[in-house]
Every structure is written in C-alpha cells, then in structure tokens.
Design a protein around this ligand. Structure first.
Ligand code: SF4
Length: 398
C-alpha cells in the first residue's frame, strides 16, 4: 500500500473526502466539480500560471515526478509557493525518491506520496536530516523555502517612490549624455528595476547579461520572462569556450573552491573577459550597485571613472534602500528571480551562492567558504574607480 508522509516524516492517513483531479479535468468540468473538496495534480509539462486564478478552489495541490531525471515538478512547486503564495498542502507524487526528497522539501513540498516498494525509514531519514543531497551545490544546510520571506512593504514603510524614480531616471539620462550606454544586468532586483525604467522611459540604453555557464535555471528563466514582459532583447555574452575548457581541465569543474586566486581566475574567465567584450564601444557602464549593499559598497557614488574598463560607471540606484527597491518592484510588478523568495537576496553562479540566514549581510551567501576574504568577483572593485568630478556626484558598483 502506498505510504504518505509529511515534511516532518510523519505518516499520514489518506483523506477519503479529497478528490484529486487533473488540470484537463478541471478545465473541462470546473462547474460540476466546484464545491467539492478537491486536489489538483499538475503534470510536469503543465504551467500553474494558466490556472492561477482558480487556485483558491482547491484544498491541496500536487506535482507529479514521472521519473528520476525529471525535475520539472520542482519548478512547479516553487512557482506555486513563491509566485502565487500557495500555503496549503503541496504533494509530490510519482517517483518521489530518497535522494530527491530533501530538495523537494526545500522548494516547498510538504506532503509526499511514496511508492509501495519504497523504504519508509530511509526516506524519512533523507527527508529530515538532509544528508542525502540532490543538486548538492544548492543544498547547503541553510533555509527552507518558507524561512526567509521579506515582508511586503506596508503603507507606513512604503517610501515615496516619485523622488527616487525621478533621481534614477535623471542618472540614466546623464549616463546617456556620455555616449552609448549599456546596463550590465546580473538579473538582480536592481537591474530588473532599471530595466523596467529603461523600457518605460524608452531610453536608448542597451542591456546585456553574462551567462557564465554556471547560472541557476531560475536566472535563465528570468531572462526570457523579462524579454517577454518588456518586449526587448537582452544581449547574452558567454565566456570563451576554449578558456573555460582549459581552466576546467587543469583545475576541475569546481576548482574555484580550492583557493581565492583560483576562484578569481574562474571569475576572470567566465565574467570579466566577457564583460570587457560587452563594454567595447560603450561610453558608460550602468550597474545596479547600491550603498545599502554594505561591505565594500557603502560609499559608492552615482557616477565615477572605472579604472578596470576605462569608462565611467553609473549607479542610478546608489541611494535606494531595500525598502525603496522592494516597493518599486511591487508597485510595477517587476519580474524578479524566483530564488529571492528562497533566501537568496543576491544570486550569482549556482555553485557559488547559497541562501543567507536572517541577519546576515545581503552578500554573505556569495563565495561563503571564503571566510574573511573580500567577496567580490572583480567586476566591481572599489579600488578600480575614481571620482569623475563633483558636478557628477560620482559612484558605481553593481
Ligand atoms: S562565481 Fe563561481 S562559478 Fe561563477 S565565475 Fe566566479 S568562481 Fe566561477
């Protein structure tokens, strides 16, 4: 008989009053089914977006894992929890394997239907102690999906955005005045806010991003989502394949963990070289740096000469607080990385980013193993910029 457990490993009784339906059944028979206690099961290829308005009709949701190699149910769970705020039971059904169940719980599943032949004790152990890991780089011991939720801005804390928007737009226009300008987007919240402003104001600013080859899928999804939302094309630059191959051949696929210098060399190949290429022909580099990031970014100026690239670097959001930024994103429903809802305020390459604990610095999850080191990739090195002059108020950093 199939066993059902919750996220704490407790065995559950089957709920006989709950009727499970597929998305197709719901769409065909919603009028007949409404009013019953219903569970909706998503197949891997189904997108919860198309039934978002109906989610309150269900008492439970489920995503099916048809086989070990199919992880699309993880994306469905994340979307339901993060985008749609589903707080009810979320079942993982199908091939709910021992070595995946911890990852499933981290993205929001809290109920699991195990196969009849599955070892209950071993699966519960994998679920509750996390020693069996799936996608190990993402499964460090920190937060569950429900752990870090930034509270929505309240009327008392919502800043007056008009002045901040006006200031950011003014700095973007000053950037354009230097000549061709490009926004180097990491697809972070700041970059998304600036992309929204650039699109809204129809500013002649190109947008590019660096695909290091190690980005999490959520970041790649966000690129597509942003292009669709703002009807623009984001230029994606990749590292030189030969350089990456040679580095990996010498150091190993995760050799950046061996030393700070090795990590910086990886960043040089996967980020800095493509960045220099992207900025060729540009007169100004626009970045999403804010003073609120703290650490090495606490004193950035709005525009400053960048010695690394030899052109001015502009930080239009330099004076935006976290509250201002979140209020802007919420007000204009700007798409953001789904990982922000899982404890990743700063998202970089998958193996080099982990969630942060409450109270930790925003960038504490980046290269976390480098205790005490200046954890920057070199794109924004404080020592590499100089003020361009008082009338420009200076500054920059991502
Ligand atoms: S963040 Fe990590 S994987 Fe990405 S380029 Fe730097 S060292 Fe390499």
């Amino acid at each position: 008989m199939q066993k059902h457990i919750n996220h704490q490993g407790q065995v559950l009784a089957v709920d006989p009053a709950l009727t499970w339906v597929t998305l197709a059944q719901w769409r065909e028979q919603a009028a007949v089914l409404s009013g019953q206690r219903l569970g909706l099961e998503f197949q891997p290829e189904e997108n919860p977006d198309i039934v978002a308005a109906d989610l309150n009709q269900f008492d439970a949701l489920a995503a099916r894992f048809p086989k070990f190699t199919d992880g699309r149910g993880l994306t469905i769970a994340q979307r339901l929890r993060v985008r749609y705020g589903w707080t009810g039971p979320l079942w993982a059904v199908g091939d709910v394997l021992q070595d995946q169940i911890f990852a499933m719980s981290r993205v929001g599943f809290d109920h699991f239907a195990l196969r009849e032949d599955q070892n209950l004790e071993a699966t519960v152990a994998a679920l509750t102690d996390g020693r069996v890991r799936y996608q190990a780089s993402w499964d460090e011991t920190l937060p569950l999906w429900r752990r870090v939720e930034r509270p929505a801005p309240t009327p008392e804390t919502t800043p007056d955005l008009v002045d901040f928007e006006a200031s950011a737009i003014a700095w973007l226009r000053k950037a354009i005045a230097h000549g061709p300008a490009a926004l180097a987007s990491s697809m972070g919240k700041e970059d998304q806010a600036m992309t929204a402003l650039i699109a809204r104001e129809k500013l002649p600013i190109s947008i590019f991003t660096l695909d290091t080859g190690r980005l999490p899928p959520q970041t790649l999804d966000l690129i597509a989502q942003t292009e669709e939302r703002y009807r623009l094309r984001i230029r994606v630059l990749f590292p030189e394949a030969a350089a990456v191959e040679q580095w990996v051949a010498i150091n190993g696929i995760n050799g950046f963990r061996e030393s700070v210098s090795q990590r910086k060399h990886c960043c040089e190949i996967r980020k800095l070289e493509p960045l220099r290429r992207a900025l060729q022909g540009q007169s100004v580099w626009i970045a999403g740096l804010r003073r609120a990031h703290g650490e090495m970014r606490g004193d950035i100026e709005p525009i400053a000469h960048d010695a690394f690239t030899g052109i001015p670097k502009c930080a239009p959001l330099h004076d935006w607080s976290d509250t201002t930024l979140d209020a802007f994103l919420a007000k204009y429903d700007v798409p953001v990385n789904a990982l922000h809802g899982q404890g990743y305020p700063s998202v970089g390459c998958a193996p080099c980013t982990r969630p942060i604990a409450p109270g930790e610095a925003v960038r504490a999850g980046r290269w976390w193993w480098e205790q005490g080191a200046a954890r920057e990739c070199g794109l924004h090195s404080t020592g590499a910029q100089e003020s361009t002059g008082a009338q420009e108020s200076t500054g920059a950093h991502e």
